[in-house]
Design a protein around this ligand. Sequence first.
Ligand SMILES: Cc1cc2nc3c(=O)[nH]c(=O)nc-3n(C[C@H](O)[C@H](O)[C@H](O)COP(=O)(O)O)c2cc1C
Length: 325
Amino acid sequence: MSADHPLTTTSEATLRMARLPAVDLTTHLGSLSLDNPVMTASGTAGYGHELANHLDPSELGAVVVKSLHVEPWVGNPGPRVHATPSGMVNSVGLQGPGVEAWLEHDLPGLIATGARVVASIWGRTVDEFARAAILLAEAPPEVIALEVNASCPNLEDRRALFAHSTSATTEVVEASAAACRPRWAKLSLNTPNLPDVAAAAAAAGAEAVTVANTVLAMVVDVEARRPLLGAGRGGLSGPAIRPAAVRAVYDTYEVLSDVPIIGVGGIASAQDAVQFLMAGATAVQIGTATFADPRAPVRILRDIGRWCDRRGVDRIAELIGVAHG
Ligand SMILES: Cc1cc2nc3c(=O)[nH]c(=O)nc-3n(C[C@H](O)[C@H](O)[C@H](O)COP(=O)(O)O)c2cc1C
């Protein structure tokens, strides 16, 4: 620090980062560079400003907000979440205020924290994705990217998710171009064709793929003799899905090593995150771990720095894909 920049002008966030080991955590996702590879996972940290009660959102690589529909959406009936061994099943049903209300009421508070924001959109039809993306073209520049949640139900192909199909994924990624910012495609573990779908997303303009969303799941209430969740079906998340998500990242990287992959699924520690990086992820997202520990994303970020420092790793870029030999 020079005398021209006395300590009093240094932001708290800069001071905190200065206490981290001198590991270069910078990561590149297509046209974007992030200071570090740790983000929140969509839907698990609300609209981001709630998180500011527990951590400084500006410390994270980016904050990915809950998926937004073009209109306000009520979501599914309760119960919506249920704890399972090493994870949870949820059927929140993508409840949300809609893009316009989010832009007006939720986004300003998150931007005020200094966070880099990633909006996430979903739709039941390709047209709904397109309409949500058009509204997001009006978002301020702090919204640095758009995550296209292709792993949601496709009304026009009953029971299938968009991300189960290369053509449906292509359509929703293309339809989201109207947001005029880098697009990431959020994909599904529930298809054996994930690498093909990832390739289709990239060909349609996605600068990165997020691997992945929850695993289709159900819990039966044996006393009621009915599915326990209000919507019946749900999605499994948390450490229970981590090995499946790591494998999915590995498989995707094997066929698509030039497309950045954002790894997500059951990350609860720095070692978990490093597994994803070594399998081929360029960045990671933290979801279910945040429910047990709202500070988990920042804790994991700091521990990644320490993990690298102890092993003489100067740049996290050195770790990406090394498990492939
Ligand atoms: C309660 C809950 C709500 C979620 N909502 C969304 C969502 O709105 N959009 C989305 O793309 N993913 C959503 N997800 C999926 C997560 O972003 C993440 O992909 C998944 O939970 C796996 O990561 P994790 O094991 O770290 O939670 C949700 C997950 C949970 C548990």
